[in-house]
Design a protein around this ligand. Structure first.
Ligand code: DOR
Ligand code: ZN
Ligand code: ZN
Length: 429
């Protein structure tokens, strides 16, 4: 059945505006976009006049936990949660058991994705076997598969030779090195930001320099090799400056920032304890403002959630022993809209760009990231007037771990369409 979306305010990135149009969807694709498309009886008609419409959001960084961590999340629950967050394509991170570090394991993972995922999932392959840093994966062989790039997320890639090889490989394959940049020699347990927060709890903290020293090291290699380096969840102000300079030099470096680093600081950790524990840690207001500056001046390419679902037992521990991370997929748009757009740091078009157009361009995704005839019918409808209180009990994700519990947010995803199918919206609000 064809779907006819009536009178939605569609984002037009080329002309930097919204236009009210109808969208006719046939199968997986957008067939026609026009002012007044005549409806036939056989069409399913959706009244979108109250909604702004973005290309389906693309999240370059989610932890779906399967295989091995199904008690925390599965590919089914994780992608359902992402669909609720407006995402139609996500990259799954490789810290699973077993990990996507061989052709066989990736083939198996792709099979499970095919069976269980409700939206597009592209795996990020491990950079090293078992992400333990000791043996590089078969980069050439895995580059031929459906993967977004190589990462040991959760851990940095310490071995310089491996960084060198993956970057060289990315020159020919467009499969970037995707780094969790963290120099682990600079701290021990590293539960929270080093400074007032680590002092408050009397624990070891992770300093900004653990992040920016690693980024600096990798940028120097990138300068030699060329290729594409993508830096995950940037949190420190100095990192933004380094990445800005590298871009000015013409290096192919891209980066992402999370909704939580853009909206929260270490104060929330002092207030809420382990609910605010994440890696990289929430930092200072100065860091947060520099990240926003990086968004405004184009240093930051995209917003990615680092959706990291955990069971409450692993969060209900001491600050040193609790797990890092937040279940972020279902609050991402609302957090970003509330803290960035409503605070007038950026406008809605720019937010949509950071969540769809830019990731599609950075990772070379085909027929995604814009609302154009012939592209996939991946669409996210948002209602900017919907104000709500976050209650993790209502999360679809198995992970109920959020620092936003009880927060009032404005702006909500109302419907998500993935390849012409309504994957969130009807009767699920
Ligand atoms: O907060 C985090 N959670 N940071 C990471 O690097 C890993 C992630 C996870 O897998 O839970
Ligand atoms: Zn990470
Ligand atoms: Zn991560």
């Amino acid at each position: 059945m064809k779907i006819l979306l009536k009178n939605g305010k569609l984002v037009d990135f080329k002309n930097n505006c919204f236009v009210v149009r109808d969208v006719l969807i046939d199968g997986e694709y957008i067939e026609r976009i026009d002012r007044n498309i005549h409806s036939l009886q056989t069409y399913k008609v959706i009244d979108a006049k109250d909604f702004y419409v973005s290309p389906g959001f693309i999240d370059a960084h989610v932890h779906l936990r399967e295989p091995g961590g199904e008690d925390k999340e599965t590919i089914y629950t994780g992608t359902k949660a992402c669909a609720k967050g407006g995402f139609t394509h996500v990259f799954s991170m490789p810290n699973t058991q077993p990990g996507p570090d061989s052709k066989e394991n990736i083939e198996k993972l792709l099979e499970t994705i095919k069976k269980k995922a409700v939206i597009e999932v592209t795996p990020v392959a491990s950079a090293t076997k078992g992400i333990d840093g000791n043996e590089l994966v078969d980069v050439k062989e895995l580059s031929l598969m459906k993967i977004a790039g190589f990462s040991d997320d959760g851990y940095p890639v310490e071995n310089l030779e491996f960084v060198y090889k993956v970057l060289l490989n990315s020159l020919k394959t467009r499969k970037p090195l995707i780094t969790h940049s963290e120099d682990r020699s600079q701290f021990n347990t590293g539960a929270v930001n080093r400074g007032i927060c680590s002092e408050y709890f009397g624990v070891d903290g992770i300093p900004n320099s653990a992040e920016y020293n690693m980024i600096d090291r990798d940028l120097k290699i990138l300068e030699e090799t060329g290729g594409h380096l993508h830096i995950c969840h940037v949190s420190a102000k100095e990192s933004i400056d380094l990445i800005r300079n590298a871009k000015l030099k013409g290096l192919n470096v891209t980066c992402e920032v999370t909704p939580h680093h853009l909206s929260l600081t270490e104060k929330i950790v002092i207030e809420k304890g382990t609910a605010g524990k994440v890696n990289p840690p929430l930092r200072t207001e100065e860091d947060r403002l520099r990240l926003i500056q990086g968004i405004k001046d184009g240093t930051v390419d995209m917003i990615a959630t680092d959706h990291a679902p955990h069971d409450l037992d692993s969060k209900n521990k001491s600050i040193e022993h609790a797990s890092y991370g937040f279940s972020g997929a279902e609050t991402a748009f609302s957090v970003a809209y509330t803290y960035l757009v409503r605070e007038r740091a950026i406008n809605l078009i720019e937010l949509f760009r950071l969540m769809s157009y830019n990731p599609s361009k950075v990772f070379g995704l085909k027929r995604e990231g814009e609302i154009i005839e012939g592209y996939y019918a991946n669409l996210t409808l948002v209602d900017l007037t919907n104000e709500f209180r976050v209650d993790a009990e209502n999360f679809i994700s198995k992970g109920k771990n959020t620092p936003y519990q009880g927060a009032v947010l404005k702006g909500k995803v109302e419907m998500t369409i993935y390849k012409g199918k309504i994957v969130y919206g009807e009767g699920e609000r």
